[in-house]
Design a protein around this ligand. Sequence first.
Ligand code: SF4
Length: 416
Amino acid sequence: MAEEKQVKRVKIKATAQMGKIMADYFYELDAAAKDRSKPIAWCTSVGPAELLLAMGFLVHFPENHGAMLGATRMATDMIPEANAIGYTPTICSYLTADIGAYLKGVTPLSKAYKGIESVPKPDVLVFNTNQCRDVQDWFAWYGDEFNVPAIGIYTHRGVKDVGEEHVASVAEQLKNLIPTLEEVSGNKFDMDELKRVLTLSRECSELWQKVLFTASTKPSPLTFFDGTIHMGPAVVLRGTQKAIDYYKLLLAELEERIKDHVAAVEGEKYRIYWEGMPVWGRLSVHSKLFAGLSANVLASTYCNSWIFSDFDENDPFNSMARAYTKLFIVRSDEAKEEYIKWMLDYFKVDGIVYHDAMTCPNNSNCRYGMAQRLEKETGIPSLIINGDLNDLRMISDEQTKTNVEAFVEQLEEQHG
Ligand code: SF4
């Protein structure tokens, strides 16, 4: 058996600053919800946040809240509440955990941030189905509950090459959101403001990409598990200077690590690619499991989802449409496989772990033979672990551990 040892991880110093800007973000939303000083929009994680910011909204992301419910291991107890009103246990466990928490009147925000008692009440809900249909149902439920508009963009799925027809359709839908957003916010749409926000968002995206791509160095200064924590600002604060300042700080620290040959996983021997959602309630367990086997899970499709290289302030609507449709999750298996092959090469990967998340088929790409096809083409071995992003009843820790140990042993044999 591959030998497992206790590995001391070097802490990322910038984490303290991230904690501060995330706290400021949640307190600002909470204050606006209480004194009604600014309109509040709820947005899907890869929805049109830039447009909402440009129209003067503060933006809350229910998926971020869903992930917090998962990371604090509250989700599993919330899910049955949503099941009881008709949302089955096999649909998105962000949705069921988030609606369940609302029905129970609890939020992890209360524990993390003194004085915050609930998520901020929305004035409008805006989704993009580029990731899945669940978001539309999720937001429609809250639209009824709060009696506010739930509007959105319906994106093409399974796209091989993003063509002008896709871009034109999504760009038109983005523009069609404006009258409702003007009515709800009381603010007039201002093209210069959208260009300003988009410029900030693109800079955030570029820096986030640089942060993630530091992991191509041997040894890697970063792990996937670090990435899942440090992606917070790229998700909820993109389009703001705060996110840019934060990623400059984090990048400088990681570049320092590279200069000093500091490995995120001491004695890194095997480099692993993670395909699929994280298991939020097991981040630390999984991080220790792999590190203990001298394996660094260092790159992923998931963390890269907030890289929007196509944003262009000179062509705001088309470039937003292109960026939000070029996302991995929107694409055909053929396009996804090309992308993963590039990633395996760039990050010098020895093995792939696919997380087959029970409640998210959209982020579980191993269900139709992709793992086998890629293994055949690249010769890089893979492991599929069954689990879920949030519902801990769907995972077996023992089985995951045994399978990961056997997989690393296989890598050991291959590498001699
Ligand atoms: S992509 Fe998956 S995890 Fe994300 S909202 Fe959709 S079903 Fe839920």
